[in-house]
Design a binder for this molecule. Sequence first.
Ligand code: BG6
Length: 495
Amino acid sequence: MTNTAPKSIVVIFGATGDLANRKLYPSIYNLYTKGKLSENFAVIGVARRPLENEEFQQNVRNSVSGRFEENREDIEKFSKHFYYLPFNVNDRASYKELKNLAEKLDSTYKTEGNRIFYLAMAPEFFGTIAVNIKAEELTDTEGYTRLVIEKPFGHNLPSAKQLNEKLRHAFSEDEIYRIDHYLGKEMVQNIEVIRFANAIFEPLWNNRYISNIQVTSSEVLGVEDRGGYYEKSGALRDMVQNHMLQMVALLAMEPPIKLNTDEIRSEKIKVLRALRPLEDEDVKKYFVRGQYDAGTLNGKQVPGYREEEKVDPASNTATFVAGKLLIDNFRWAGVPFYIRTGKRMKKKSTKIVVQFKDIPMDLYYKEENEQQNPNLLVINIQPDEGITLYLNAKRPGQNTMTLPVKLDYCNNCIDGINTPEAYEKLIYDCMMGDTTNFAHWDEVALSWRYVDSISKVWENQIATEFPNYPSGSNGPKASDELLAEDGFHWWPVED
Ligand code: BG6
């Protein structure tokens, strides 16, 4: 155990929910077993339903069991750091009780007054909780106080502003940790390293050598039991406003002058500011929406979106978005960034393809209709983690013909590398006070501004073409046409 292991009380709002059980407890357990967390921590789980401490601790044990090479004794010891408080977010008395418990545990676990408030519950309560935390003086401690907040951060720019104002009531900007779990993914964090630690890429990383960049995040899952939430959000708010735009910002940003939070964020913000604003006509030209129909996935028949639970049978909600983004700055003028994300697609995959421009003159023979393959740099975010560089080499035995070759680096194939879960890294960053991999308010506001100009058009126009892609496909035809118009095509995600 190192001296730098953080000491803190973590209050989790929504402690009986899916996110807490699936992601948060296992991540905290991992930090614990890796020695990244000292014994000086306690977790207070709060939620509506009445539970005894022992029941809660059993839930925590269940959520970490069966996932890791577990050590029963460790799990037992770990779960004893967890306490439960039945809670009504609208009742000030609940916050008083929370304060008392936090003070008590602070002295038991010697957490030096450090408190993290993690909001892992329905977003309509975010503002109320922050205001009550402040009113009941839960932030008046000797140590640090931090707020971790899950998405959605508002529904559009005006509601995000309102929410932000409420949060700022109790927490300053540098105390607010807005989670975008993509920023915790190993290979998303690797984008910067690939770009800025390799002399061979950065000189080519501009409109002179790159013809287009494609960012795809496709999912096999449908909306599952989240129909109620998803009907209001759709793929645009659920994926584009946050994860997709964050990846674009990391790909397009200038090298920061230092690797610190402010410098990195300020470069990302500049990219978002340089996104070409969208007029209504541009939305029609450059953005494609889709909704999944029934279909076959992995040999199984699955229902269409409109047949899912809590979904309007005439729903206008998009489960797929593809778009062409233009970044108006010196580096990127003229280079399209294509994004695409959807549910119930053929394969679960998040992948970035950087397509380089063709060589000026092709000296090598081809079969009829064959073209020289462009050089591609592929960043595999998930499920495989790694990079692939596509080059052309000599076809063996032939002097004048080429053969495409792949140089592959696979991050999670290397024995012994067990890349930590995004949440594990983000929780640790928060405990260490590092906000780099969280979304700053300016990033959130700029992405909402961009996304709002799309949703405004879509919401005012019924999508008569819906459903327009079968489950198990790569999305609607219009998404292929979007690239074909520019003379490009989507590089397959399954390679
Ligand atoms: C979440 C969305 O933010 O990201 C989900 O709300 C989506 O709808 C998920 O399924 C995808 O995350 P990942 O890590 O599986 O790509």
